[in-house]
Design a protein around this ligand. Structure first.
Ligand code: DX5
Ligand code: ZN
Length: 214
């Protein structure tokens, strides 16, 4: 069974606490929190206060996706703000292993993400250390884009790599996911599905989450 991680990037921020409560009660296991710094990606979203507010609103897993430069500087504060999983970008750090260890030292899970142009092979020596691999299926920075099919293909390669290495981190996909393309991603081996606009722009939130799950 896959887990659904709605991205609050597309929620109504005027009603943030209730939006988080709503997706939790509609069956989302994770809450995806997209942090953007205007440097690693060409957009700015939000930071610690939103993670803290989400923590107060739900007991669901807070799945924090850091699209920021120097994530090693800020990981501890995100952990203290209530993150359960911190995912950073491979492209944003020099020493991924060190940051994975650091995140684990806060008693939470560590994830690593790759952008569309980064080949999955860079993760070969890291998959055994992480709890989650996040495969971006759009260029990070904005919600509401279309999924890039070549990126989805990377899930298959990562799944195979994990099998060969005898490890089983969660494989999460993020960007442009709808009821129409989700099955392909599941078949390739993804087990955590991020969806922003598909969930938050739906008239019936519970139905949208159900469609992604089934
Ligand atoms: C993009 C973010 C995604 C995004 C997903 O940079 O990482 O989480 O919000 O939104 P949709 O599902 O609308 O593509
Ligand atoms: Zn994300």
């Amino acid at each position: 069974m896959v887990k659904i991680s709605p991205s609050v990037l597309s929620c109504d921020f005027a009603d943030f606490g209730n939006e988080v409560k709503k997706i939790t009660s509609c069956g989302a296991e994770y809450i995806h929190i997209d942090v953007m710094d205007g440097h690693f990606v060409p957009n700015i979203s939000f930071g610690f206060p939103i993670v803290e507010a989400a923590r107060k609103s739900t007991s669901a897993v807070l799945d924090v996706h850091l699209m920021i430069s120097d994530p090693e500087k800020y990981a501890e504060k995100f952990a203290k703000s209530g993150a359960d999983i911190i995912t950073f970008h491979y492209e944003a750090v020099e020493n991924s292993e060190e940051l994975i260890d650091k995140i684990h030292s806060f008693g939470i899970k560590a994830g690593i993400s790759i952008k569309p142009k980064t080949p999955p092979e860079v993760l070969e020596n890291l998959i055994k250390k992480v709890d989650l691999v996040l495969v971006m299926t759009v260029e990070p920075g904005f919600g509401g884009q279309k999924l890039i099919p070549e990126c989805a293909e990377k899930v298959k390669i990562i799944k195979k790599m994990c099998e060969n290495a005898g490890c089983s981190p969660e494989i999460e996909v993020d960007g442009g996911i709808t009821a129409e393309n989700v099955n392909m991603l599941k078949e390739y081996g993804a087990n955590v599905i991020v969806a922003g606009s598909f969930v938050f722009k739906a008239d019936d939130t519970a139905e949208a989450i159900r469609q992604l799950k089934e």
